[in-house]
Design a binder for this molecule. Sequence first.
Ligand SMILES: C[S@@+](CC[C@H](N)C(=O)[O-])C[C@H]1O[C@@H](n2cnc3c(N)ncnc32)[C@H](O)[C@@H]1O
Length: 201
Amino acid sequence: MNPWDLRYAEKGLAYGEEPNDFLAAVAEKLLKPGGRVLSLGEGEGRNALFLASKGFQVTALDASWAGLSKARARAAERGLNLETALADLSETTLDECAWDGILAIWCHLPAPLRRRVHRQAARALKPGGVFILETYTPGQLKLKTGGPRELDRLATLKDLKADLKGLEFLHALEGERLVLEGKYHHGPGAVAQVAARRPIA
Ligand SMILES: C[S@@+](CC[C@H](N)C(=O)[O-])C[C@H]1O[C@@H](n2cnc3c(N)ncnc32)[C@H](O)[C@@H]1O
């Protein structure tokens, strides 16, 4: 069984009701109003529903059936439109030039897969489209306030810049911030954040 299904079968929301702090701060400034947005590793839907409530057309992709079921139920409760795609990123190819925005919020993939998905994501953006990501970095292993325990799933800003070569970086930060996002992300976190746009020409 997918371990994420077990997590999402727990009572409540693993990462809380509210959207990711970084996404909430930048989404409406950087994403095309009403645009098509794909969220990779969306989980229980908090980020997708936040964007749907702001008028974006959102597709939530995740390998967890339980996570996406919760996301769909929450969308229905709130009368929001949400597309879901049950898919494992290791077996998925993203369509090219398809999205105005792509999110990867705490989507901690093993490094070779992360590189492949990020390169695909860069091509899957329409010209002018924006990729928005927050991840824990290797420094998180010492802090123990959430995130994967495997070094291979943690990325530095340098890694991300290499993955996303060709995009124009609008925001690129590596540092520490207080992450209070549900019971699984609960304290000072070592993070990297990226917002990067596909050039128009
Ligand atoms: C830490 S959770 C973050 C969930 C959500 N982005 C949020 O911020 O609330 C990581 C998510 O990535 C998904 N995930 C991990 N590996 C994946 C893969 N290979 N393909 C698709 N989804 C994956 C998991 O199912 C899980 O929902």
